[in-house]
Design a protein around this ligand. Structure first.
Ligand SMILES: Nc1ncnc2c1ncn2[C@@H]1O[C@H](COP(=O)(O)OP(=O)(O)OP(=O)(O)O)[C@@H](O)[C@H]1O
Length: 255
């Protein structure tokens, strides 16, 4: 049994009296890739912010392993485009970084040739790899990736997911990813947690079982075998605010 790195226990959060997250239970272990999915505004980034300690939960607890070391990859690089900054200097800003690790880390991610490039001229895929390099330089045992393939074309997305999987294989770290896309990420995921205010369902990814609403939302799987689909059948009803209808006798999703 792999070591559990983080457990969310009955996490809840409200903003201005509006419940955003309610009773969230989930965990991530070493060597496990967990993907958090859910519609826009369902609270995925907020849950990540709670894990990072940037946001306090209103209720519940985040239990962290005492040796937990997080490498965080944000959605975007927020840097003033008029500021001259090379990739090397950007990565040298990581607190406590061993500068000798910068080049080997870039090599591992296939972007060693960019070491002297300005960060603001990088393509979407190159930027994501630099952000991944920054997360890895923190020597994490848990990688937290908030929409790691944002702004990357489909081929680049497959490559990035392959890279994330190979990093997991090499380092044995846990990975917590937020994703909107289901097709590409699912083949690289051990556990999927679908949230919409509460945990709608969680479990292993599996091929589509034919739910028409799900296929309408996320499409039909292609022939590419790196593509797998997670089938998710709701047996409960969400109100407009995402809460579960109170007169619904079923409170959980089927897989
Ligand atoms: N500090 C805050 N104060 C008030 N409302 C907030 C705060 N942080 C987040 N929210 C609200 O909580 C909701 C969920 O935001 P969050 O970014 O967690 O969703 P998400 O699932 O990551 O969305 P997306 O898929 O669009 O990135 C949004 O409606 C957002 O406006």
């Amino acid at each position: 049994m792999n070591k559990q790195l983080v457990a969310f226990e009955k996490i809840g959060i409200s903003f201005d009296g509006r419940v955003l997250l309610n009773n969230i239970d989930m965990s991530i272990s070493e060597g496990e890739i967990v993907t958090l999915i859910g519609p826009n505004g369902s609270g995925k980034s907020t849950l990540i912010r709670i894990l990072l300690g940037l946001q306090a939960a209103t209720s519940g607890e985040v239990v962290r392993h005492k040796a937990l070391r997080i490498g965080y990859m944000p959605q975007k690089l927020h840097i003033d485009p008029t500021l001259p900054l090379t990739v090397k200097h950007f990565l040298a800003l990581v607190r406590g970084v061993d500068k000798r690790q910068i080049l080997p880390t870039l090599e591992k991610l296939g972007i060693a040739h960019l070491i002297h490039s300005q960060v603001h001229v990088l393509s979407g895929g190159e930027t994501q790899r630099v952000l991944l390099a920054r997360a890895l330089l923190n020597k994490p045992n848990l990688l937290v990736l908030d929409e790691p393939v944002q702004g990357v074309d489909v081929n680049g997305q497959v490559e990035l997911y392959n890279l994330i999987e190979s990093i997991r294989d090499e380092l044995g770290c846990g990975v917590l990813m937020v994703s909107h896309d289901l097709h590409l990420v699912m083949a690289k995921t051990d556990t999927v947690v679908c949230i919409n205010q509460h945990v709608c369902c969680s479990g292993s990814p599996q091929h589509v079982t034919g739910h028409p609403a799900y296929q309408a939302l996320f499409g039909v799987p292609g022939a590419d075998e790196t593509i797998a689909i997670y089938a998710h059948q709701h047996d409960h009803v969400h109100e407009d605010d995402g809460s579960v209808s109170s007169d619904d006798p079923h409170k959980h999703c089927h897989h």
